[in-house]
Write a protein that binds this ligand. Sequence first.
Ligand code: FCB
Length: 435
Amino acid sequence: MPNTQPPPKHEHETLHFPPGFLWGAATSAHQVEGQNTNSDWWEWEKTHLPENKRSGKVVDQYHRFEQDFELVTKIGHNAHRLSIEWSRIEPEEGKFDEAAIEHYIQVLSSLKKKGLTVMLTLHHFTNPLWLAKNGGWENFKTPFYFERFVKTVVPRLESYVDLWVTINEPSVLVWCGYIEAKWPPQKKNKISAIKAMWNLSRAHKKAYRIIHQFVPNAAVGIAHNVSSFEAFHHHSILEDFMEWFMDISTNHLFYYLTGKNTHDFLGLNYYFNQYINFSGEGHFPEIVDIETTKKDVSDLGWEIHPEGIFDVIMDFSDYHKPVYITENGLASTNDDRRVRFLLSYLKEIYHAIQSGVQVKGYFHWSLMDNYEWSDGFSPRFGLIEVDYKTLQRTPRPSAYVYQEIIENNGIPHYLLKLLGHSVDVKDVLKKDQKA
Ligand code: FCB
């Protein structure tokens, strides 16, 4: 339903978010825990990456979670998204490690004791090594293995979890593992990709059913990588057709495969805007290499395009489901850019909410610097900076800007000054801490 309120006055008012909005950050087990030795990624890193690009101890959150969660509350978050590591819980096929489950109970209860709303991801890219050796997601038995894992953990963890994400970015897993083949199992094969996608969708449906068996009123979804698409030439029917095709075959495919009724909410991870161009050569329009456009990009070369998050939220508005932004963030060593990124993307989310979409939470990627898969440690995504030599954690100025947004449950007008360049965060924040 469109909002009937008049459009907000931008001059002086806080851009208010809905009451009870969840404000947090996201991480995944392999990217922060360290020593994840029973997983396919650990094995793959040993043979495919130079030593300085292997995950190793990362930021050692496996042992430092208490300290990290204290920081989470200190910088004002009211929610947190994290994942558990299947390969720790089931290091051998069918053998569940009680100590690992107990560890995650400690982790989750620490978050709950601090009053945080918990979003838990059950599968975030990594697999137990035994599963990978058995054919991984290509194996038609894998959804049953996943089901057994979910059946084991859900009754143990459910009292600490508010929102469940069954699988993180199934389409990225398939793309990077089987099409572009830059991640394990590095198998460039379209048939394998189709099998993997099919099995991931079955695994999600099974997990959805199991979680609801144990927790009838559970909120369950996936964290889905969604892109915005834009034709260069809107008068070109071919480009417009391609835009439509890309949208349904990437953003909507998993929902078609699983059925919309196995999603209580839509978890959207937004990082990419893609331009479509038909140069006249060949038969079809193509996705434009962003470098040729000279647009503003992150340290990973991903375009900074705040309007795109509005576009994807609106694209999904006809599902009529609550939306959580389960990931959105910037790889940059320049924290001023992160401040501008945060404000400009949140402003677009605000406009989507004003346009009638039920967006209920935002999880910034990421809480702290971490292991960025095959890109190693150089991309800096954290609201909290990590010194990888000492493992010391230091909140960046952007963390304090975010804190001030959270305290206001919206974007106070004075913070919008920070959208300008060369504006010092310290001069704008109301609280005298900080940055
Ligand atoms: C997403 C992943 C997450 C992180 C960010 C930068 O695709 O879900 O683990 O690597 O990208």
